[in-house]
Ligand binder design. Structure first.
Ligand code: 5AD
Length: 349
């Protein structure tokens, strides 16, 4: 029934989003979960997250890591520390890892290429997703050649004027989009995405986000609520709504049935069992945090972030348990998109 989203224009999509803003239609949620089940079964893919640096040369108005924030504790893991986080996850059975950081020049170059090659040399059956911002095409290529499998680069909003409301003048939506298309061409599994409820966002803009996803056809989409961070210009803004975030997750699943769709930490921060609700709305990925516990407090994109005090083992066990309690099965494999699936036996715990 909701497959009409494939043909809808902007006004129709905006009206559909508006109708579901306060409570997603149960039929929409059912359809989203059905599509997820059809492509992935009841499996929830786990990706170990390593937040390798909180240094950032960008100044996004919403983000706690923005360079103008002088009050955050900055840290940078060295290559051995990052490798050890990945090894730790690997020993626990994980085969999919996300290296995410601020736009830290220290790692936006040859160092990251070497690190990716080292990880792949030691753990060739693990998949690596990178998330380190906009980079020159040559570097995207070198990272791919070193063995990176995927790249996450949220577009944040698909409306130019709204992008300008969220970012300082040097940053543009067109440059962001160029990077995403380039990553696709280079053979990455590509992730786009956006925040729900960021200041100035309208239903029309969210409709524009869906149209952009329909055009780009990304393999992964990261969607979470905007949450204010007290040391940013958006400190006093209202957080995004749970129901609208769930609606956008479900619409994204219906629009891109085989997409890899995480139930994000921001969603888990916004509401008790937010990530469980995300799975019910069609999400199929969770990202347990492998960042060393002493550093986690330095990676505060927004206030109230969950999981800061849990050890890696604790966090992972809790996650496995809540996945099973909700009637799903943890999947610790590489977690490729179906267009990229490799001939390896999936690894289940
Ligand atoms: N609230 C919610 N999400 C945020 N991000 C950054 N700051 C915030 C915030 N205040 C998201 C952005 C970015 C990702 C790493 O985290 O979408 O792409």
């Amino acid at each position: 029934m909701y497959d009409m989203v494939h043909r809808m224009g902007k006004a129709e999509l905006a009206a559909l989003i508006a109708r579901n803003q306060n409570a997603p239609d149960p039929a929409l949620l059912r359809e989203a979960a059905l599509f997820r089940d059809r492509h992935y079964g009841r499996r929830v893919i786990l990706r170990g997250l390593v937040e390798f640096s909180s240094h950032c040369r960008m100044d996004c108005y919403y983000c706690g890591l923005r360079k103008s924030n002088r009050r955050i504790r900055r840290y940078r893991l060295d290559a051995d520390q990052i490798l050890n986080c990945v090894r730790d996850g690997y020993r626990r059975g994980l085969r999919s890892f996300v290296l995410q950081g601020g736009e830290d020049a220290y790692y936006q170059g040859e160092r990251m290429v070497l690190l990716v090659a080292r990880i792949k040399g030691e753990m060739p059956d693990a998949a690596i997703t990178l998330s380190l911002g906009e980079l020159p095409a040559d570097l995207f290529r070198a990272l791919k050649e070193a063995g990176a499998d995927r790249y996450l680069l949220r577009h944040e909003t698909a409306d130019d004027a709204h992008f300008a409301r969220l970012h300082p003048p040097g940053q543009t939506l067109s440059s962001r989009k160029r990077c995403l298309y380039r990553l696709r061409e280079l053979g990455y599994q590509v992730g786009a995405g956006f925040m729900v409820g960021s200041p100035g966002q309208t239903h029309e803009i969210l409709a524009e986000d869906l149209l952009f996803l329909r055009e780009l056809q990304p393999h992964m989409v990261g969607i979470g609520p905007f949450l204010p961070q007290s040391q940013t210009p958006f400190a006093r803004e209202t957080p995004g709504s749970l129901s609208l975030t769930l609606t956008m997750l479900a619409l994204t699943r219906v629009l891109l049935p085989s997409v890899l769709l995480p139930a994000t930490t921001a969603l888990g921060t916004l509401a008790q069992d937010g990530r469980g609700l995300g799975l019910a709305a069609g999400a199929n990925v969770l990202m347990p945090n492998l960042t060393p516990i002493g550093q986690r407090g330095g990676y505060l994109l927004y206030d109230g972030k969950i999981g800061i005090d849990d050890g890696t083992e604790e966090g992972l066990q809790q996650m496995l348990q809540s996945i099973r309690a909700a009637g799903y099965e943890p999947d610790l494999s590489r977690g490729d998109h179906q267009d990229f699936r490799q001939e390896t036996t999936p690894y289940y715990l």
